[in-house]
Design a protein around this ligand. Structure first.
Ligand code: FEO
Length: 396
């Protein structure tokens, strides 16, 4: 396994996980696998910034050993405790017994609880630096981006930002730079990453980015801990994060996602989609049990509006729709314009449940729910069309 020198004296020594299809348990699908990026900075002293998932320790060591003897590592920098970036750290610290582990104070307990005690730990806070001999590494705490202990490492002389999970994508490829790969896949994976992991933390994302911008930190390259490295116009991903965090980036599309028992709600979804389309917006139709949940969430990030539908069973939603509603509640697409629709037999209940989830998600319900009894007739399908049309007018 070969290391890759991303700039003079800085080596990517991470691992490629081409086969990964689920991340964070089974909550996030990774159609393009992922990478665990670790960076070795070699000066008079040597620092390793983050490690990799434990199962990939050998792959990382085989790359790293081609640059230096692991014993020579002076600093093991842990930007983030999560196991995909710290799994190989115990092995590194075994091989480099004199290395100091650098992390924020909030990381100490986390690391000890994940692994073991007895490491030589030096805690750092924003502005603290270590000197590798003419190579300065400065640290910036980044709480809740996306764990409490997260931090960024900045290599000052080369203006290289190592922000760990921020600005990453789950995308395994032999290429290392963002400008070398399929741009559609790159941006889709960056969008999916933000929507599924960072969306509920948008306030913190905005605050941290504005803070960094205020510092006037020059940035020549951004090397995240997953996926591709941003070297051409690296601030483009920072700008995109800011737009996502503020909810200011829209495509002319409306996500319509639903589940159905006997196709009544599907008929409504189709009529509503035509209504949305009649106003020039693209309806993105996702039948929940046939769709990938984390892709639906990614579709929602830049949508102008979200419509969620369901049939009623036991005065409630179909259980198959529950995961999407749970995501709306916890990911909090705050301010996103939305409405509910559905069908029922004798007692309603599904649209009420959908609206409750939208309210918990701090979404902006712009219309009363549209619901029909049993099977929609011609008039009701016409009403559904008009519901979609009116919704589109409200969100355009
Ligand atoms: Fe890539 Fe928060 O771990």
């Amino acid at each position: 396994m070969e290391p890759f020198e991303i700039m003079k004296g800085v080596y990517w020594v991470g691992a490629l996980d081409y086969n990964l299809r689920h991340f964070h348990g089974y909550s996030y699908t990774t159609h393009h696998g992922t990478t665990y990026n670790a960076y070795l900075i070699v000066g008079e002293k040597v620092a390793l910034v983050d490690s990799v998932m434990g199962a990939f320790t050998d792959e990382m060591l085989s790359r790293l050993s081609k640059v230096i003897d692991p014993q020579k590592i002076d600093f093991m920098i842990s930007n983030h405790t999560e196991m995909d970036h710290s799994g190989a750290t115990p092995e590194i610290l075994k091989m480099a017994p004199n290395a100091k582990l650098i992390c924020t104070s909030k990381a100490v307990d986390q690391l000890k609880k994940h692994y073991e005690d007895g490491w030589d730990i030096q805690t750092v806070k924003t502005g603290d630096e270590i000197d590798l001999g003419g190579k300065t590494l400065r640290f910036y705490e980044a709480p809740m981006l996306h764990w409490p202990e997260s931090m960024f490492t900045y290599y000052a002389e080369e203006q290289l930002l190592l922000p760990n999970d921020a600005f990453g994508q789950h995308y395994a490829t032999e290429q290392r730079f963002a400008d070398e790969v399929d741009q559609h896949v790159l941006w889709r994976e960056a969008e999916k990453y933000y929507a599924n992991i960072l969306w509920p933390l948008s306030r913190m994302v905005q605050k941290k980015i504005e803070e960094v911008v205020e510092l006037g930190l020059p940035i020549k390259m951004i090397a995240p801990s997953h996926g591709l490295i941003w070297r051409k116009d690296p601030l483009q991903i920072v700008t995109r994060y800011l737009e996502w965090a503020k909810g200011e980036r829209f495509q002319d599309k409306v996500v319509i996602t639903w589940d159905t028992m006997w196709d009544s709600t599907t008929k409504l979804a189709r009529a509503i989609a035509e209504g949305v389309h009649s106003e020039g917006l693209e309806p993105i139709l996702k039948l929940i049990p046939q769709s990938d949940r984390s892709d639906i969430i990614a579709d929602m990030l830049e949508a102008r509006g979200i419509l969620v539908g369901c049939s009623t069973v036991h005065n409630d939603i179909l259980p198959t729709a529950a995961p999407v509603l749970s995501d709306l509640e916890v990911l909090k697409p705050a301010g996103k314009k939305c409405a509910a629709f559905g069908s029922y037999g004798w007692g309603g209940g599904a649209v009420k449940k959908i609206q409750e989830s939208m309210e918990k998600g701090k979404m902006d319900i712009v219309m009363e729910p549209f619901t029909v009894k049993w099977v929609p007739d011609t008039d009701e399908l016409e009403q559904a069309f008009n519901f979609g049309k009116e919704f589109a007018k409200k969100v355009k």
